[in-house]
Design a binder for this molecule. Structure first.
Ligand SMILES: Cc1cc2nc3c(=O)[nH]c(=O)nc-3n(C[C@H](O)[C@H](O)[C@H](O)COP(=O)(O)OP(=O)(O)OC[C@H]3O[C@@H](n4cnc5c(N)ncnc54)[C@H](O)[C@@H]3O)c2cc1C
Length: 346
């Protein structure tokens, strides 16, 4: 094991055999966008802190990438024992074969009993591969954890969030993704976590995947998965211009991200990347404003964890009103310009 040069043998990490009864040692896989920490990582850390508070134990962060010094530094204040960092050009792109390989190595070398990451496109790609490499069990979309007599019981959302399942995982190592909305970031800890740099031997990394290109839509608006406020539009919008004028206009007045129902995406009004729901993005902002969206279960699956939901719809029977905290029965063409006007005057 060359992954932890000189330190693995000295500290006896490779000798450790994790067991269900042992104190938990969690590893939180950090997520970042080219060196900028993604806030969902802190939800995973919140889960780890909760497990440690209830069952005892410690947690570390693992940061994989290139030029990730700022990410590691930002993670030092959240109560982790260590921030483990593998910083190498070969890790620049989040290619799942390489990241999963290093994650599995870190688990074996550090005696990790639980690996956790926020449920996201990245973790869905990396965690199951690492779990498979270690022949370990995995649960996704966990929303609650209970410690009971040396074991753990997890609650997880299934079938687009319509079923709450209860499950346990056998084996010395468990892999989990958690719903970001279900866990708050841990409070800042008094001490700073130690940063440990890990040596990466590029030649030993798997090479099944090769990075070709990245196509990113550059937008002045925030990403819906990270924004505090999301304004989303549905089939009530008939053209791209109308969508931009009403949904974009209200979003800009609120400093919000923009989202859309699948109906609008399928109609070609907005790109696929804006879709919220079962087959789109899952968001949990502090405020979600649904404009002319009926509230189909597939859409609710992606936004019902939002803290406050506001819906504007002209149909009083629209199912969106069942989950909305505030509802306005009105035509969006009339209500939204008035709302934007009032917001701009403040
Ligand atoms: C496997 C599968 C996966 C899916 N995944 C997703 C997903 O990820 N995301 C998603 O969104 N959907 C998804 N869908 C589609 C989903 O079932 C709905 O068809 C879709 O969400 C409907 O979008 P909508 O609410 O915009 O349109 P509609 O259901 O047509 O609702 C439009 C609403 O606008 C209101 N309205 C109309 N005009 C006005 C106006 N002028 N002012 C105010 N209100 C008005 C109407 O009263 C109505 O409530 C999926 C479906 C399947 C089968």
């Amino acid at each position: 094991m060359n992954f932890w040069p000189g330190s693995a043998t000295k500290r006896g990490w490779s000798e450790r055999r994790p067991s269900v009864e042992a104190l938990s040692h969690l590893l939180v896989l950090a997520e970042h966008a080219h060196g900028r920490l993604k806030p969902v990582t802190l939800a995973a850390a919140g889960f780890a802190a909760q497990v440690c508070a209830r069952a005892g134990g410690t947690f570390d962060f693992l940061v994989l990438g290139e030029g990730v010094g700022a990410v590691a530094e930002a993670l030092r204040t959240y109560g982790a024992a260590r921030v483990l960092v593998a910083d190498h050009p070969a890790l620049r792109e989040p290619l799942a074969d390489k990241h999963a390989h290093l994650l599995a190595q870190a688990v074996g070398a550090c005696g990790v009993t639980m690996v956790v990451a926020a449920a996201s496109t990245y973790s869905k790609d990396v965690l199951p591969r690492a779990a498979a490499l270690l022949d370990a069990g995995m649960l996704s979309e966990v929303v609650a954890v209970q410690a009971d007599g040396g074991g753990f019981t997890f609650q997880r959302l299934m079938f687009a969030g319509n079923v709450l399942g209860t499950a346990t995982l056998e084996g010395p190592v468990r892999f989990l993704t958690v719903r970001p909305a279900a866990f708050a970031a841990p409070a800042s800890a008094p001490g700073l976590a130690v940063v440990e740099m890990l040596a990466v031997e590029a030649v030993t990394l798997p090479n099944y995947l090769t990075f070709q290109a990245r196509e990113e839509k550059v937008s002045a608006r925030p990403d819906a998965t990270e924004a505090r406020v999301v304004v989303a539009g549905g089939r009530a919008l008939k053209t791209s211009q109308e969508f931009e004028q009403l949904v974009g206009g209200l979003a800009d007045a609120l400093g919000a991200a923009v989202g859309a129902s699948r109906a609008v995406v399928d109609a070609g009004l907005v790109p696929n990347s804006l879709q919220i729901g079962q087959t789109g993005k899952a968001v949990a902002p502090e405020l979600y404003v649904a404009l002319g969206i009926s509230g189909a279960i597939q859409h609710l699956a992606g936004m019902k964890d939002s803290r406050v939901i506001v819906a504007i719809n002209r149909d009083p029977e629209a199912p969106i009103f069942e989950v909305a905290d505030y509802g306005l029965i009105a035509d969006i063409h009339q209500a939204v310009p008035e709302l934007v006007d009032k917001l701009r005057r403040r």
